[in-house]
Design a protein around this ligand. Structure first.
Ligand code: PEP
Ligand code: MG
Length: 557
């Protein structure tokens, strides 16, 4: 048995036979162009064909994530900087169109990588993908379609998003990649398809051979023996909500969703409601986000599917989610026009969303509205005024809505946590976004791999902020939930519940392991350990306490 380390992106246990996919770079044999202008015409035609092809694929996309990815690729294919570079290589350097595209894509990728921002460096895969499509058109090359045998674990240096979309996924159990980053589109797609994915598995193509038995379970086990974990064979289907702790406290288990497909997954995992609907994905591709009627229908359909709350977060556009249309990316998008700042500066789009969700709230009364990235009480006041304006507008048109619709604030900026006592008096619930709360508290980009040593799953400073928020909410008599990745991390359940949280929202794939962790937790003991976390003097101490909290509860059934 061999073991390989890698970054476990989806935390899904899987087993299958290795299927190695080595890169066969496209051959661009013709280097120079005889007639540059004619060559440029050839390029223009190929570009048009590729953008048409991408638009057609986008229309046929099975889910919003696929559509969003294709949208990014169309955007890149039409990028004036990319086109100018191709023109330069053809006209000024007399290169063939195919070779010019290759050179332009390499230069464009290098300039994105040089920005030093992980989000942009990961877009390099999209550029390669687009460039390959254009080169294939220009050279008349066709790639053989990869057909995976049943129960395959794909092992490759990298995988382009289009490559994943094109695979026969019914036979795909897992993916091991030598490269990649947690926020790449492939990672996002694998999560939404529920496929096990390991990235940054060094030398995987050297160390794994075709047909090897591969177990993905925290690590990559090659031809596992009896000492390898057997957890992937474990049936977690008995661990579905409701979830009570070992000593009888009910913890509500909600799902994070981004599309109807993910809602279906949440339903199959018996989620008690939706704790976070990331609606910004509805703005991508042909998504319904810009259309009041289509949004209303989607929100209504989701509302009807659950008895529990359906928490619709307004568009959290910006940072890694989407570049604002027609605008250059900001120099520091994490600190820029993101979340509620985007909504309030795009009022008509925001109005469309609020009208749709208010209208959908009328029938069942379980829709809640939640605002991302609130950083001050003043900002929340402005948003609540606008919500009132939209409500008055609907009332004047005689359109019904839930007059008692619950309004929530996401706590993901340290200033919001610090002022949570004030915010709690202005809204009905909080939802703590630990992904951003962590990034903004410790000043580490949430996508950074290099700085991961500074960003443990639960930083003691973040634990203190969470405790502050829970206390403010309890004093004001409002609910608090955690909807960041921490809520789906089974190891953190004793500490989070010990800190007083009684609602957790997570990716549906994490529900069984979290329910199991809740059932093992003893709130009395967990509270004592959580109390120690609040006095922890270091990250290391918090980690030791996390281990202790799992050991304390680990033997219980
Ligand atoms: C968070 O920041 O923790 C969160 C849930 O929001 P998102 O991950 O969509 O930024
Ligand atoms: Mg966030």
């Amino acid at each position: 048995m061999k073991t390989l380390d890698g970054q476990d992106i989806t935390h899904i246990h899987a087993r299958g036979r290795a299927f190695l996919m080595r890169k066969t770079p496209l051959q661009v044999s013709e280097i120079t162009a005889e007639a540059p202008e004619a060559e440029y015409e050839k390029f223009s035609l190929a570009l048009e064909q590729v953008t048409d092809e991408l638009s057609m694929l986008q229309k046929q996309a099975e889910c919003e994530n696929d559509a969003a990815l294709l949208e990014v690729q169309i955007f890149m294919a039409m990028d004036p900087d990319f086109i100018d570079r191709v023109r330069y290589f053809i006209i000024e350097k007399n290169l063939s169109a195919a070779h010019a595209v290759k050179m332009a894509a390499e230069a464009f990728s290098a300039s994105l990588t040089a920005l030093g921002n992980e989000h942009f460096s990961e877009r390099v895969h999209d550029i390669k993908d687009v460039a390959e499509r254009i080169i294939m058109r220009l050279t008349g090359t066709r790639r053989e379609k990869t057909v995976l045998p049943p129960d395959s674990v794909l092992v490759a240096e990298e995988l382009l998003p289009s490559g994943l979309i094109a695979l026969n996924r019914e036979n795909l159990r897992g993916i091991v990649l030598e490269q990649g980053g947690a926020t790449s589109h492939v990672a996002l797609l694998a999560k939404s398809y529920g496929i096990a994915l390991f990235m940054n598995a060094k030398d995987a193509l050297e160390l794994i051979s075709d047909g090897d038995d591969i177990l993905l379970s925290g690590k990559i086990y090659v031809n596992p023996d009896a000492s390898a974990p057997s957890e992937c064979d474990e049936d977690l289907s008995e661990f579905l909500p409701p979830a009570y702790t070992n000593d009888g406290k009910r913890i509500r288990i909600y799902a994070n969703v981004d599309s109807w497909e993910s809602v279906e997954q949440a339903l199959s995992m018996k989620a008690e409601g939706i704790g976070l609907f990331r609606t910004e994905f509805l703005l991508m591709g042909d998504g319904p986000g810009r259309d009041e009627e289509a949004s209303f229908e989607l929100y209504s359909r989701i509302s009807k599917a659950f008895d529990g709350p359906v928490t619709v977060r307004t568009y959290d556009v910006g940072y890694d989610k989407m570049v604002h249309e027609g605008e250059k990316p900001e120099k520091n998008p994490a600190l820029g026009v993101r979340g509620i700042r985007f909504c309030m500066s795009n009022r008509e789009l925001f109005r469309t969303q609020l009208r749709a969700l208010l209208r959908a709230s009328a029938s069942k009364g379980n829709i809640r509205v939640m605002f991302p990235m609130i950083s001050s009480p003043d900002e929340l006041d402005g948003v609540l005024d606008f919500l009132d304006e939209v409500k008055r507008e609907l009332a004047s048109e005689g359109i019904p809505y839930d007059e008692n619709i619950k309004v929530g604030t996401m706590i993901e900026v340290p200033s919001a946590a610090i002022m949570s006592d004030v915010l709690a008096k202005k809204c009905d619930f909080f939802s703590i976004g630990t992904n951003d709360l962590m990034q903004y508290t410790i000043a580490v980009d949430r996508a950074s791999e290099k700085l991961s040593y500074l960003a443990p799953p639960l930083h003691p400073a973040v634990a203190r902020l969470i405790a502050m928020v829970v206390r403010s909410a309890s004093e004001a008599g409002i609910e608090t939930c955690v909807c960041g990745e921490a809520a789906g991390d089974e190891r953190l359940i004793p500490i989070l519940t010990g800190l007083g949280l009684n609602a957790l929202s997570m990716a549906s794939v994490s529900i069984p392991s979290v329910v199991r962790a809740v059932r093992k937790t003893d709130i009395g003991k967990a509270s004592l350990i959580a109390g120690k976390v609040l006095h922890a003097g270091s990250i290391k101490e918090t980690e030791t306490l996390t281990e202790e909290s799992n050991a304390e509860t680990g033997d219980r059934k």
